[in-house]
Design a protein around this ligand. Sequence first.
Ligand SMILES: O=C(O)CCC(=O)C(=O)O
Ligand SMILES: [Fe+2]
Length: 256
Amino acid sequence: MTIPDKKHGLEAFRIAGLPPDFYYIPNFITAEEEASILHKIPAQRWTHLTHRRLQAHPSTLTKNNTLLAAPLPVYLTRPIIPRFKELSIFDNTPYQQPNHVLINEYKPGEGIMPHEDGNAYAPVVATVSLGGSLCLDIIAKPTSPEQTRDLEADATRLLQGLNGFTLPTRIFQEPRSLLITTGDAYRDLMHGIEAIEIDEDLNADTVANWDLVADRESIEKNGGQSMRETRISLTYRDVLRVSSAASKVLGGFGKR
Ligand SMILES: O=C(O)CCC(=O)C(=O)O
Ligand SMILES: [Fe+2]
């Protein structure tokens, strides 16, 4: 991709009509880079869940959401992290770059229940998609019935005013794309992936990032449908609590 100028760079990729801030960048990595990453994901590190499998790098967080400081493997950092820097994606997080990557794999018919990512992380997630396409569902957080009524009324007014989308809505994620979720969108919304084999009824009225999708043509040719294939996502985050105990010991040895 051509990196646009820093200050205005991301703005061109904002998903208009959704609460701030979501950005969708198609073709963030090349097909060669995608193939190289897919090849390097270690086959022996998967944890199997009912509807997907996953692995955490450099490791799973401890029970109190602490990351044991360790470098990320190089295939996850290059060329991706320098590109994040050019776009200033993590400039406002404590370590100014991601220190943790979750790799999730979804086969056709698999998904992830609606959830929020919570406060173990700085409120910025950068998701690189590999392999297949699918829709991420964007959902309002459940609140008390009265709050929900008030919030829905507010949200409807706001969204109609902005010519926006009412929630729930969908973001279509193509292979090699980057999705950034930050600000209110990180804090106030939930996201999930339906466990289905075909994403249907895809068009400008039902997909929030339709204008930014690179291959709209294939979907249109296919009557608004997109068949699921195996998709792997890399979710980059900056974990707030980092313990350097292990690295101090190693560092100590290193100095002898
Ligand atoms: O695969 C994705 O894009 C979403 C993964 C996700 O929501 C998570 O790891 O928290
Ligand atoms: Fe998530």
